[in-house]
Design a protein. Structure first.
Length: 419
């Protein structure tokens, strides 16, 4: 056992399921930070005496924190290992959640949400780097899809729990609940082994960090997959930040009913990951990426048409369900293809990919509600983002069916991933 804790080796079959559940739980900081208090967002705006747009910036601030934090924590984890950055991040998140519960104004809440996002980013980027430490190629894509199934429990349960908790607490109580959940995850983080071998850790300061970013930035496949995934994340964040206003205010449903609708749609996202995992038994991630992104385009356009035609609520929600489900198809494959060729910079690559997605979502998602949070604006933004994502995969990434993912473009010498 090293100073960083027990060193991990590729887990045997008997331990893989336990490891996936542990990593899946730690990857939920993003959904937990955003989805739990979505049903309370309209009430939060009223209680703090602010506009709907300002209330939505409490979501954007958290997403910006999740983006920027990954850019720092990812390279740091390549240098000192995975466990310590993860543990410190989760501990800071717990404190930040308690401070959010005591925020006296929307301005203070936005600042604290930024800090909360910075800390929560540790769970997200370190988990992806750990997966890259342990798995290769098609197996890694399948693990990421299965991780989406496990981690997908959070966006199902979080808004439902949030909606039910609103019967007994206000939005401040939801942040206390977040602090309690993160305290449990702190214990979980302490039990994880170190997955980054000492011989793969980087010495040096900012020069080595710049070299790592440069190595992944020169890889066309990485750039295309990252850009496509990040543009696709705009669609998800538009849905997250606007849907409560559209469904509660536009269609007149209660926060509790909205939380159930949001949970059902999150099941769709999990199903998308599950279908992709099944397809990976027969096809490579390269073969699936562009066709699955095209399916997402068709479902997004279909939902936009339903909104423009003022379809009945059940028609609109059915179309929205399939739109959200299609978003879970291509994303794991894009992540696998982006990371698999960079074993020597796994944390850096995961950080750049993850931070770009959250940054795109934070900056562009609020544009969908500039003229008011309407169903047409929400679904139109989702459709445009899906088209942009498909174009990035098809024109920039251009994954080839004969590509050998284990061949890394960066110079890694004799270093091989322990998997």
């Amino acid at each position: 056992m090293s100073a960083d804790g027990p060193q991990a080796v590729p887990p045997p079959i008997a331990r893989t399921r336990k490891l996936l559940f542990t990593l899946g739980a730690l990857s939920t900081f993003g959904p937990l930070s955003i989805d739990l208090y979505l049903p309370a967002l309209p009430a939060l705006a009223r209680q703090l005496g602010t506009s709907d747009g300002a209330a939505q910036w409490s979501i954007s601030a958290c997403m910006i924190g999740l983006a920027l934090g990954q850019l720092f924590i990812g390279p740091l984890s390549d240098r000192i290992g995975r466990r310590r950055p993860l543990f410190i991040g989760v501990m800071t998140y717990t404190v930040a959640s308690l401070l959010c519960a005591a925020a006296p104004s929307i301005e203070t809440l936005i600042i604290l949400r930024l800090v909360q996002g910075l800390a929560g980013s540790a769970g997200m980027v370190v988990v992806e780097a750990m997966i890259r430490d342990l798995y290769e190629g098609r197996q890694m894509a399948r693990i990421l899809s299965l991780l989406m199934l496990i981690g997908g429990i959070a966006p199902i349960v979080a808004p439902v729990i949030g909606g039910q908790l609103l019967y007994v607490v206000d939005w401040r109580g939801l942040f206390v609940f977040l602090a309690a959940i993160s305290a449990v995850l702190l214990v979980v983080a302490f039990t994880l082994p170190e997955t980054l071998r000492p011989d793969l850790r980087h010495a040096g300061g900012m020069a080595r960090v710049r070299a790592g970013f440069s190595a992944v930035g020169r890889d066309r496949l990485f750039v295309g997959c990252t850009l496509g995934s990040s543009i696709g994340s705009i669609a998800l964040f538009i849905y997250i930040s606007v849907s409560s206003f559209v469904i509660e205010d536009g269609y007149g449903v209660s926060p509790q009913v909205f939380s159930l609708i949001f949970g059902i749609n999150s099941v769709g996202l999990i199903l998308g990951g599950w279908f992709n995992a099944l397809l990976l038994r027969r096809f490579t991630p390269e073969r699936l990426l562009v066709p699955e992104a095209l399916i997402a385009v068709f479902t997004g356009v279909g939902t936009a048409v339903a909104a423009m035609l003022h379809a009945p609520l059940w028609v609109f929600l059915t179309s929205l369900f399939f739109t959200i489900m299609s978003g879970g198809l291509a994303s794991p494959n894009a992540t696998a293809l982006a990371l698999v060729r960079h074993p020597a910079n796994a944390g850096t690559a995961a950080a750049l990919m993850g931070s770009t997605g959250f940054l795109f979502g934070a900056l562009f998602a609020p544009l969908a509600s500039l003229g008011g949070a309407s169903a047409i604006a929400m679904t139109g933004g989702i459709a445009l983002a899906r088209v942009g994502s498909w174009l990035a995969y098809a024109l920039i990434a251009r994954p080839r069916a004969d590509h050998t993912p284990e061949t890394a473009p960066e110079q890694c010498g004799s270093e091989q991933n322990p998997g």
